[in-house]
Ligand binder design. Structure first.
Ligand SMILES: NC(=O)C1=CN([C@@H]2O[C@H](COP(=O)(O)OP(=O)(O)OC[C@H]3O[C@@H](n4cnc5c(N)ncnc54)[C@H](O)[C@@H]3O)[C@@H](O)[C@H]2O)C=CC1
Ligand SMILES: CC(C)CC(=O)C(=O)O
Ligand SMILES: [Mg+2]
Length: 347
């Protein structure tokens, strides 16, 4: 019986994870669930954002369903104790180097997109974001310059093995879709990106069936709103992927719609919406649970080998949206749990 670790976290995390759990339970798949605190909730309960008991559960489980972490009230803590360190720590400890962030416009959401309907309608892409390296995991700190001024620093780096393994994920993903891979970097300025580009080109020799292009990240940000339909698979680093996926979400209607899968090549994975803990709407029943429900579908597909069940969940989300079910971010008035009800009713 597969064990799913539920790590709801902070803010809207518990609200959206509760709905995704209901959807998974409604499938009657014989899953077991175990929950543990993470982020600010874990700091309050156990004095650390990623306590050993939570990490142990994540390591024992077949898959992890994660909500979100973070709240301004922890922003003055020493960095090691801040909620966000929990998500970074889990990604590192579980070796989750490949983050898949699909962005497509669900039927009927053209009016929710920030783009013109005819532009938004073409969006169907996946961002493959490297998740274990880059500036997020480099040496960082604050120090004093020789003349006594404060200076902050974060080292950006990738080694060739890190780039190679995510490049393979990019090429393989593109191969399974329309065969177009766009590698996004900043090779005109950054040495980290130059190595990235060189290694991606080397790996491309093994994928002659995939059409590889390169784009600078600033242009990619612009092209995503100008013509998102030109992209199929994007492979990029941790920082650029983080930013571009939030942007892509709004092209597709709402940040409350985008799921993600974080994988390490073993079949085990962590699944989470791309959004954060949204303190501005937490506790008000306004959060859109679809990103987390769709993350649960990715969990079924990638970790439990249950593609038919994943298809069922995705079809139920589509059917609920087509029937007009909308949370406030999509221009509707349904509460988080009413949106969950609408999806469960369509399973
Ligand atoms: N993976 C994680 O746990 C992440 C955590 N964070 C943390 O979350 C906290 C808030 O960060 P923000 O920059 O405000 O980003 P955020 O993604 O939490 O919120 C940005 C905006 O999107 C809205 N939003 C987000 N999810 C939504 C949903 N499901 N339905 C409807 N509206 C939604 C929020 O209300 C807010 O206006 C911070 O502490 C941050 O560090 C941020 C991003 C990812
Ligand atoms: C809080 C960050 C570490 C994570 C983030 O913004 C993301 O993964 O999208
Ligand atoms: Mg982010």
């Amino acid at each position: 019986m597969p064990l799913i670790a539920l790590l709801p976290g902070d803010g809207i995390g518990p609200e959206v994870v509760a709905e995704a759990r209901r959807v998974l339970e409604a499938l009657d798949l014989d899953l077991t669930f175990e929950s543990a605190p993470v982020g600010g909730a874990a700091y309050e309960a156990l004095g650390h954002p990623l306590p050993p008991s939570t990490l142990d559960l994540a390591q024992r489980a077949d898959a992890v369903l994660f909500g979100a972490v973070g709240d301004a009230r922890y922003d003055s803590l020493e960095r090691a104790f801040r909620p966000e360190q929990a998500i970074l720590g889990l990604r590192k400890a579980l070796g989750l180097f490949a983050n898949l962030r699909p962005a497509k416009l669900f039927a009927g959401l053209e009016d929710a997109s920030a783009l013109k309907p005819e532009v938004a309608g073409a969006i169907d892409l996946v961002i493959i974001r490297e998740l274990n390296g880059d500036v997020y995991f480099g040496e960082k700190g604050q120090r004093k310059t020789a003349d006594g001024r404060r200076e902050g620093y974060d080292i950006m780096s990738y080694d060739e093995d890190q780039v190679r393994r995510i490049a393979h994920v990019g090429f393989q993903t593109a191969r399974g879709r329309t065969g177009k891979l766009c590698s996004v970097d900043k090779a005109n300025v950054l040495e980290t990106s130059q190595l990235w580009r060189d290694v991606v080109i080397e790996v491309s020799a093994e994928y002659s069936d995939v059409q590889l292009t390169h784009m600078y990240v600033d242009n990619a940000a612009m092209q995503l709103v100008r013509n998102p339909g030109q992209f199929d698979t994007i492979v990029t680093g941790n920082l650029f992927g983080d930013i571009l996926s939030d942007q892509a979400s709004m092209c597709a209607g709402s940040i409350g719609m985008l799921p993600s899968a974080s994988l390490n090549g073993t079949g085990k994975g962590m699944y989470e919406p791309i959004h954060g803990s949204a303190p501005d709407i937490a506790g008000q029943g306004k959060a859109n649970p679809c990103a987390t429900i769709l993350s649960a579908a990715m969990l079924l597909r990638h970790s439990l080998n249950a593609a038919a069940a994943a298809d069922r969940v995705e079809a139920a989300v589509t059917a609920a949206l087509v029937a007009g079910s909308r949370t406030p971010d999509l221009g509707g008035a349904l509460s988080t749990s009413a949106m969950g009800d609408a999806v469960v009713a369509k399973l």
